[in-house]
Structure formats: structure tokens, C-alpha cells
Design a protein around this ligand. Structure first.
Ligand code: ADP
Ligand code: MG
Length: 663
């Protein structure tokens, strides 16, 4: 790339003057042999030697099939001779590689073709600007120069017109403007009047004369002798050899100044991206329906990933909220190992007291529940009684709505006091009277109500905690239950970060006390893990489905790009003639592929968000993730890049001459 930005002469690109000894162009014994598909070798040029001085205006004439176009392709570095030497500005170019030839074409030669060879969907302005992109001219300069050239060729008002909106003569003038865009010292015109009416033809020849007068070297190829008369020198070809040459009439050449080329790589990349975008949009909209169908894979893939992830994430949040409400700083110690064959020592209050001595323990809440019948007046209510400690409101972060919870003193005294759950209160005191200071009968034993709990809601999923009656553990054991065996001890910790260590300490302690591990310890992290595990499995499955859909989508993109390369072979040839290197073409098609599938990704995101939102309104909570959406679009772009490689390579490998002559 950097090479391009140096002044042309630094690389031996035709210095327009040619130097005192060296002619501008020198062909020596040039031969060109085509091998046809049937394996037959046809020698089209059979030893052509020709010298062209800077500033000449030459016509090459000859009947159709005499080898004029083949000669022009070699002169213009579009093609390489089979044998012989070609010197440009004194430098032998017959052995140069594709990129070097492209660089030579880029600012050394301007082509004018019989059928104009403009890029169909592009405007006159865009067509004229095109070669300057490959020369790395900044956008502003490019735009201005193209505008000036069109103006100069009388097309000022046609800058926004597309080729099919212009007459043949106008199109040919656009193509001449394009040939001049990079300040080409040499203009090669192959039958430029061949497709034009005589008036337009004359106009074009006059134009070429003017260019010659301004110092361009002009090589005009024609089968028409009257056209050839405009030139200063006429060279006649027959059957691949030169049979007549009127001789050089050199004129003192006023040289067109080479265009200044200064540009940074970043800018070029950006403008490349912009052009790729324009080209992509152009070819997309030209075949909108086909594009939509091919992109369906990517659209559906991305859409389903986004919608399903949103649903999954929504469900996860609901579960997390539920589990989180249980308290993240809690450790549940349950009696029994879970294996019925093993002997079990029940959990006791003494176990709870021992746990309370461990570090990081905030509270220890024994838990002993039993079925009870609670009565007030003539209302009976069958529900659960929970014998526990005064630590319950702290442990569960559960406020008391009226009155207060029972105290440690009540526990020690085994006082007959009770705290009612929200629902129990409603059942026993339907008139809304305060139960505080009243007595209720629990299994026919009178208990003084000291408080009413705030409404908590369904915490565990299987027990309505608002339906409980809370009494001191000692009272419960003595008066209601009899056995001091705890099924559960709930422990809260100060520092959640150290929860696992505390849990292990409890396990060690109880194993020591019981001499076996006949209990189980759980905490919310475990529950969250269990709850999210299912979700993660689902996400993984979704991910696999997404990858498969994207792959299918990628194949679609590859398909559409292959079709695009085939349809635009001529365009690729035109770009190569204008100086595009193989890698420029490859990059353009890669960018188009990435853009096309990125567009599919964006469409998929929109569809996914819309359908996810619809599900959110109609069925279940959804949570959208910006990261997931960005990731989906990025993967779509990546898929485009990966699957675009083959079509892009195919485009880049095309031979310029073959591409130009394709239908
Ligand atoms: P002109 O431009 O003078 O009409 P060309 O240079 O186009 O002549 O072609 C000269 C001869 O070379 C013709 O007979 C043509 O059929 C043959 N020819 C041109 N291109 C190819 C090719 N790619 N493969 C085989 N033969 C070719
Ligand atoms: Mg020809």
C-alpha cells in the first residue's frame, strides 16, 4: 500500500518524459499464444516490436481479429506476453507480479473501452472516482477532481446519473473521465467509437485529440481508417504482426502533473469500508428478495438466540429472586444424613448453642414445627406451629408488624407467648381487632399474643410462612411437642464471603459432636447453583442451536456472494483495469460478505427483540441482554467474514482480461 503513495517516478512507473535515451513504451518481439479449451495453441501476436515516445498520438488499425486488443492488453499491463520484452519508462515489466502490474495500471494507464465498461449501479461521479480509491487519494480530493473532470467533459449535470440513464456518448465521456482520474500519462482506447453514432464518435475522437494536445500519450485502437486519421501516427496490424508504420512524429510533450498521493492507511480502510457498504447495499437492493431469502438463516438464527436467551434469563431472574428472598447469608443444618439405613442422632438445642460459639455466626435459629389447632373465640384454625428462638426476625430479616417478637427471657422462662403470622391473624380476628395482649388457645393451652409478623409471602414454595404461629422453643418442647429433637437449625452468618468456611466449620463441629455425619448442610448458593444449572444447560443447548443456524446462514451468505462474484465478474475486471490489486478485490468482497451478514444479524436482533418483547407481554418475564445482542451481531459478521473468504478469493483470482471480456 505504502508504495502507492510515493510519487510514481520513484518506482519506475512511466515517467512521462521517458528519459533522454529511453522511449516511454518499448515492445520487443512480443508474442502471445492462447491455448483454447480444446488444448489448441493459437498464436495471436507473432513478434510485435513497437516504440512509443511520450506525447505521441498513435492509432493502431487492423481488421477484426488481427490482435489489436491483445496488444492493447499487454501495453496496458492487463496481460503478460508469452514471449518478448516490454519496457515501460525503461523498466522491463514483462516479469512483474500481479500487484506490481496493478500499481502500474493504477497511475500509469487509463483505459477507454468500446462498451464503456462503467459499473452498472454506480453513478457517473462514483465511476469516475473509482480508480482514485485504489491510488489512495483522500475522499475530498477525489470528489473534487472527479467533479472537475466531469465538468470538463461537459457532464457537470450528470454526476448523479447511472450508466443506464445516459446515452452512449455520455457514457463514453464518463469512461474517459475515469481514465483521466489518476492523471494517467498513457490513455489506451480500444475501439472507443465502435458503439457510438458518428456524431458522438467524432466528439470522442476530438476529446482524445485534446488530451493528446495536453500532453497525454494516446493510443487509439480502431478498425476504422477514418477514425485513425485523427492520430499523428498510424500503425497497421495484420494477423498478429505490424505490417505498416507511418513513423513517429514526436511533439514536445507538455506533461500532465501526476496527482499528489498522501493518505494514511486508516483513512483508506475507512473509505474502503464505506465503498464496500455502498456496493453491498447496491447489490443487495438490486436483488432484494433473493438477499432476504438467503439471509433468512442468519436472521432466524440471531433472532431465536436473542429471544430465547431473553426468556431463559427472565426465568433465571425469577428463580434467583425467589431463592434470594430466602436469604443469601443462611446455612441450613438438617437432621438425618438422607440415607435411611444409617443411624441418626437428632439435632438438639445444645447443637445450636455450640454452633453459636463458632466465628462469623450472626444468629442460630432452631426450628421445630408441629401441626396445631389455634382458637380465638369460636374460630378454630388448623395450621403449623413453629417452636424457635428469639433470633427468627434477625435470621430471616422478617420484621414484626405489630407488638414485638418473644424475647430470650420468654425462652428461658418457657413462657406461654405466641407471635401470629399475617394470615393467622386475619383468620382469628376477622373484624380487624388487634390481637396484641389477647390470649389464643394453642391445642387448648392459652398463649398470650405479643406480636404479629409482617406479611412475608410464599417463601419456600411449599409452605405458606404467613400461616405460622411462633412460640419459644422451650415452651413448644415442654407443652406441645414433648421431644426436643430439631429437624432443622437455620444459621445466619455475618460475612457472606466467608459462608463456605463457616459451613465447613459447622460440619466439623457437628461431626465431632455426633461422631458421624448424620446431618446435611445446605445454603442458598447451593440452591442457586441447582436452580441455575438447569438454566445453564438450556443456554448451552441454545448456544449449539445458534451455532448451527449461523453456520447454515453462513452457507447462505457464501452462496449469495458466489453468485455476486459471478454476476459482477465484469465489474471486477473494470476495477482491476483501474488499478485494483487482487487483495483490494478480496477485501471488498470480504467486507461485503461481513456487511451483508452483519445486516442479517441486525435484522435478526430487531426480530428477536420484538418477538421476545411480545412473549414478555403475553406469557412470561423476559430479560434482554445487550451483550448477547452485540455478540449475536458480531458472530453474524464473523460468519460473513469466514464464509466470505472463498467467494472473495475467487473474485481476487480472476484474470483481468478474462473478467473484462465476460458477459
Ligand atoms: P482484435 O482486437 O484485433 O479484433 P483480438 O486481439 O481481440 O483482435 O483477438 C485476436 C485473436 O485472438 C482472435 O482470433 C481471437 O479469437 C483470439 N483470442 C482473443 N482472446 C482469446 C482468448 N482468451 N483465448 C483464445 N483466443 C483468443
Ligand atoms: Mg478488439
Amino acid at each position: 500500500m505504502e508504495d502507492r503513495r510515493r510519487p510514481s517516478t520513484a518506482r519506475g512507473v512511466p515517467a512521462v518524459t521517458g528519459g533522454p535515451a529511453e522511449p516511454l513504451l518499448r515492445l520487443t518481439g512480443i508474442r502471445k499464444t492462447y491455448v483454447t479449451d480444446g488444448g489448441v495453441a493459437v498464436e495471436v501476436l507473432r513478434g510485435v516490436s513497437l516504440t512509443v515516445e511520450a506525447g505521441e498520438f498513435i492509432a493502431i488499425v487492423g481488421s477484426s481479429g488481427s490482435g489489436k486488443s491483445t496488444l492493447m492488453n499487454i501495453l496496458g499491463c492487463l496481460d503478460r506476453p508469452t514471449a518478448g520484452q516490454y519496457h515501460v519508462g525503461g523498466r522491463d515489466v514483462s516479469g512483474l507480479g500481479g500487484d506490481e502490474l496493478a500499481a502500474l495500471r493504477c497511475d500509469g494507464f487509463g483505459f477507454v473501452f468500446q462498451h464503456y465498461h462503467l459499473i452498472p449501479g454506480a453513478t457517473a461521479q462514483e465511476n469516475v472516482e473509482m480508480p482514485a480509491r485504489y491510488a489512495g487519494l483522500p475522499a475530498a480530493l477525489r470528489e473534487r477532481r472527479a467533479g472537475e473532470l466531469l465538468e470538463r467533459l461537459g457532464l457537470g449535470g450528470r454526476r448523479g446519473h447511472r450508466p443506464n440513464q445516459m446515452s452512449g456518448g455520455q457514457q463514453q465521456r464518463v469512461s474517459i473521465a475515469r481514465a483521466l482520474m489518476n492523471g494517467a500519462p498513457v490513455i489506451l482506447a480500444d475501439e472507443p467509437t465502435g458503439a457510438l453514432d458518428s456524431a458522438s464518435g467524432t466528439e470522442v475522437v476530438t476529446l482524445l485529440r485534446e488530451l493528446s494536445a495536453q500532453g497525454h500519450t494516446v493510443i487509439l485502437i480502431t478498425h476504422d481508417r477514418s477514425v485513425a486519421q485523427a492520430a499523428d501516427r498510424v500503425v497497421e496490424m495484420r494477423d498478429g504482426v505490424i505490417v505498416a508504420d507511418s513513423g513517429a512524429r514526436p511533439r514536445p510533450a507538455a506533461v500532465p502533473a501526476p496527482q499528489p498521493k498522501h493518505v494514511r492507511a486508516g483513512v483508506a480502510l475507512l473509505t474502503d469500508a464505506a465503498e464496500a457498504a455502498t456496493a453491498a447495499v447496491r447489490s443487495l437492493t438490486a436483488n432484494g428478495f433473493r438477499t432476504a431469502l438467503t439471509l433468512l438463516g442468519i436472521v432466524i438464527g440471531v433472532a431465536s438466540v436473542i429471544a430465547l436467551l431473553a426468556i431463559g434469563e427472565g426465568a433465571k431472574r425469577v428463580v434467583m429472586a425467589k431463592v434470594g428472598a430466602l436469604g443469601v447469608n443462611l446455612i441450613y443444618v438438617m437432621a438425618g444424613s438422607g440415607d435411611p439405613r444409617l443411624p441418626t442422632t437428632p439435632l438438639t438445642e445444645a447443637d445450636g448453642d455450640a454452633i453459636a460459639e463458632l466465628p462469623n455466626i450472626e444468629s442460630v435459629m432452631p426450628y421445630l414445627d408441629t401441626g396445631i389447632i389455634v382458637r380465638h373465640g369460636n374460630i378454630d384454625h388448623r395450621t403449623s406451629g413453629l417452636a424457635t428462638s428469639a433470633a427468627l426476625p434477625v435470621t430471616h430479616k422478617w420484621p414484626v408488624a405489630q407488638g414485638s417478637f418473644f424475647t430470650r427471657a420468654d425462652e428461658r422462662a418457657g413462657a406461654a407467648v405466641a407471635v401470629l403470622g399475617h394470615n393467622v391473624t386475619k383468620r382469628l380476628f376477622p373484624d380487624g381487632a388487634s390481637p396484641l395482649g389477647r390470649h389464643v388457645l394453642v391445642n387448648n393451652i392459652p398463649f398470650l399474643v405479643t406480636g404479629v409478623m409482617a406479611k412475608k409471602g410464599d417463601l419456600t414454595g411449599n409452605q405458606d410462612t404467613d400461616d405460622w404461629v411462633f412460640i419459644p422453643l422451650s415452651t413448644g418442647v415442654q407443652r406441645l411437642i414433648g421431644k426436643p429433637e430439631l429437624p432443622l437449625i437455620v444459621v445466619s452468618v455475618h460475612d457472606v464471603a466467608r459462608l463456605e468456611r463457616t459451613r465447613d466449620a459447622i460440619r466439623t463441629l457437628l461431626t465431632e459432636r455426633h461422631r458421624q455425619e448424620d446431618f446435611q448442610i445446605r445454603d442458598v448458593t447451593g440452591r442457586i447453583r441447582a436452580a441455575t444449572e438447569t438454566q445453564d444447560t438450556m443456554t448451552l443447548l441454545l448456544g449449539c442451536a445458534a451455532v448451527i443456524t449461523l453456520l447454515v446462514g453462513g452457507i447462505g451468505v457464501m452462496n449469495i456472494m458466489l453468485v455476486s462474484v459471478t454476476e459482477r465478474t465484469r465489474e471486477i475486471g473494470i476495477r482491476m483495469a483501474a488499478g485494483a490489486r487482487a487483495r483490494d478485490i478480496e477485501r471488498q468482497f470480504l467486507m461485503e460478505a461481513a456487511l451483508v451478514s452483519g445486516l442479517g444479524g441486525v435484522a435478526g436482533t430487531v426480530l428477536g427483540v420484538l418477538s421476545g418483547a411480545a412473549i414478555g407481554v403475553l406469557a412470561m418475564p423476559v430479560t434482554f441482554s445487550a451483550t448477547a445482542s452485540a455478540g449475536a451481531v458480531a458472530s453474524a459478521v464473523l460468519v460473513g467474514l469466514i464464509f466470505g473468504v472463498i467467494p472473495a478469493r475467487r473474485a481476487a483470482k480472476l484474470n483481468p482480461v478474462a473478467a473484462l471480456s465476460s458477459e
